[in-house]
Ligand binder design. Sequence first.
Ligand code: SF4
Length: 101
Amino acid sequence: MRKRSDSETNNTGMKPETAGAISRRTMIAGAAMVGAGAVCLASTRAMAQSKQKQADVQYQGSPKGADKCGGCAMFQPPDACQGVEGKISPEGWCSMYTPKA
Ligand code: SF4
């Protein structure tokens, strides 16, 4: 078998030392992307876990016309809400009201 010289290329069409450099670069870029993904996931979780304060969304313990928490897509029986902190009455209402589909 013939020994390959430094000026020859490997099966990637690149010089062997060049291909190694790209491989290391690719690994570093991949590690950076994994790190960025972890930060993004953590911030998405933080957003999903944070609820609005009742005062900030004008929560009231009574309906607004026909609109009330019991008919809202975010209401979680018996007395919670996906988007608002604290105890929520099914007869209450807030500015985030979203009718059930
Ligand atoms: S009206 Fe507001 S407080 Fe009531 S369930 Fe919907 S988002 Fe939550």
